[in-house]
Design a protein around this ligand. Sequence first.
Ligand SMILES: C[S@@+](CC[C@H](N)C(=O)[O-])C[C@H]1O[C@@H](n2cnc3c(N)ncnc32)[C@H](O)[C@@H]1O
Length: 494
Amino acid sequence: MSALTAFKNLVHQRCGLHLEGLAEARLDRAVASLQATTRLTDTTQLLTHLTSDPALFDHFVSQLTVNETYFYREPDALNWLVNTYLPERLAAGAAALSIFSAGCSSGEEPYSVAMLLAERFGEHAKALFTIAGGDVDQQILAKARQGLYSGMAFRALPPTLKERYFSPDGQYFKVNESLRQWVSFRTLNLLDTDESSVGGPFDVILFRNVSIYFDEQTRRRIQQTLRQLLAPNGILLCGITETLGNDLGVFELVHAQEIFYFQPREQATERADDQPPPPLAALATGSDAESDIKNDIKNDKHVASFTARTGVPPATLAEKQSEKQVEEQPEEQLEEQPERATAEGFSQQLLNAHQLLNQNAFADAAALLHSLLEQRPWSIDALVLAGLVARWQQQPQLAYDYFKRAIYTAPECWPAHFYLAELYRQGELADEPAQRQRGYAAVVRLLAAAPTASGGLDTIEPPLPPGDARFLAERYLAAVNTMPVSPSTTQGVG
Ligand SMILES: C[S@@+](CC[C@H](N)C(=O)[O-])C[C@H]1O[C@@H](n2cnc3c(N)ncnc32)[C@H](O)[C@@H]1O
């Protein structure tokens, strides 16, 4: 048994995390950091320390969890919960209802529920609902309690809600005190929990985007626990891509108004619309993503619409050439063309645009990127940023055009492949399973060949770390077989 296997087994046994494949790289780093902290290299001694020192173990686990989350994620389910399910439960006589986010990460999910409830029920909301979140990761729970967030966390939240429930705090935004006091956070290990340790029973348990990190046996075990934590008539909501993977016989899968949820078997039929779940996504394998995209662009399928939407004509190879020549001109000549940024100036502008994006100043970011793309229509950094800005401005078709152009220019641009696939997965564009899969497959292939590749970006950092992108792409590819099709389902921008 390798040294790594012993740590893997310990984490799997205690927290359920399945640390295979790409997650092994995280484990490697966590073990190296453990060795540095303890100044020990012997595996047996390290394991003894880990198992006898809870703080050390917590710190170790913090490095292994994936905490990706954001406000208003998968909003269809949240809106259904707040505007349909909970009002119906109240109308049926419930006096007060409790909601629990199991695997809440930094708190965006329970705070999103709190905001929506406050919107719907006003000053009565706090009397009607208790909201709590739990997570195994102590460091992320501290962040949730603090309630301080940066721009990325707000990428899917309607700006009016951000304005109403957050106030600027330096570079960050702080959740308002009323919400912070309302939502409570607690330690939760889904593999080692009972009502007395987490509170409950709960009327609603959100278990979204957590189960993908567990194998089937562990998921089944966790479901038994969650069933014990559910109040009579309670429901369990999983993430969209996880739902059928959690249909393991412990709960009954119910489909109502395009939302899937679970109920303990005996109560399952009472609320459903009696609609059978829609068929599984039709799987199609296709040709290589990059060559398809190149062909599309060569055939001018997207060029006209790109130009119409952006006002930026696609550059010809001749223009590319002249752009390169400008870069090679001596400085005096560049000074004669003040409208052309120097290479350094251009990079700085890209960094400014990235910063504007992170501050959610989308209109300013879009204007700056527009001018940068006029100067260099083939800048990968500018195209990827422009795609993200368009996405956050709810212009998915425009985002699609930018990402496609980035891939055309640099087929190795894994961020563009990733976000293109996300446009489909998250329902911002009508789903095309084959295209979505090709996008994720390209990410996996590119990052398997070069795990820390920049994806052709030469100035900005990739918008998400390459390790996370590959990890998520692998998961989404694996989840394809178990994903219910819900044509009207839209999710937040991820
Ligand atoms: C990707 S986040 C999901 C956050 C949120 N539910 C959402 O949908 O955006 C997954 C969270 O599950 C937590 N987690 C992993 N294993 C856990 C366990 N055994 N018990 C409780 N939480 C766990 C991780 O620490 C991480 O914060």
